[in-house]
Design a protein around this ligand. Structure first.
Ligand code: 5GP
Ligand code: MG
Length: 176
């Protein structure tokens, strides 16, 4: 695989995201909702760079994609804290078509939050199928399949400390 973002670069990006988030909320309380499972590494690093009163929760979003049809997204909000009247930041690993975040936003809006913004580590260039843009973005990356720093391929590679693009032969073979 080919490393796109090494550990040092990732930490700089996460610090930049934390500064952007702080410039919006200041000392106001924030509820951060990580999208399982890809966001867990980002959430762990990001929250330690934030000093406002912070609540942390998770939501699960799984898409079951056919080969031709667009994936059907299933959202499990059982583990989410109450967000009524809260300033919420949804955190996801990557903004690709954008459909996941847009559906999560619609679901959360119905729960009566004060505000909802979104933070993503990566945004893939030229893939978006929605007009919505995330509020906080760590890095813009080319349209390649990436793993590491929380991102998986068939549940492998999430623990890599860097973000790397898989080579085509790695995509065809079954991961360890
Ligand atoms: P979207 O709904 O924006 O198309 O998809 C977002 C989700 O697709 C991400 O949360 C992630 O799970 C998955 N995804 C999109 N692109 C990639 C990629 O390059 N690598 C990995 N590992 N997952 C991706
Ligand atoms: Mg995901």
């Amino acid at each position: 695989m080919k490393i796109l973002l090494d550990e040092t670069t990732l930490q700089e990006g996460v610090r930049r995201m934390a500064r952007d988030i702080t410039s919006i909320y200041g000392d106001r309380p924030v509820t951060m909702i990580g999208v399982l499972t890809g966001s867990v590494v980002l959430v762990a690093d990001l929250i330690r760079q934030l000093s406002m009163p912070l609540r942390v929760g998770v939501v699960q979003a799984s898409s079951y994609r056919g080969t031709t049809t667009r994936g059907h997204l299933v959202i499990n909000s059982d583990l989410m804290p109450d967000i009524t009247g809260r300033d919420v930041v949804i955190v996801d690993d990557i903004f690709d078509t954008g459909n996941t975040l847009v559906e999560l936003l619609a679901m959360m809006d119905r729960l009566g939050p004060m505000s909802v913004r979104t933070a993503v580590l990566l945004r893939k260039t030229g893939r978006q199928e929605v007009t919505y843009e995330p509020n906080f973005v760590g890095f813009e990356i080319p349209d390649e399949f990436v793993v590491g720093y929380g991102l998986d391929y068939h549940d492998a590679y999430r623990n890599l400390p860097f973000v790397a693009a898989l080579e085509s032969q790695e995509i065809d073979s079954t991961p360890p």
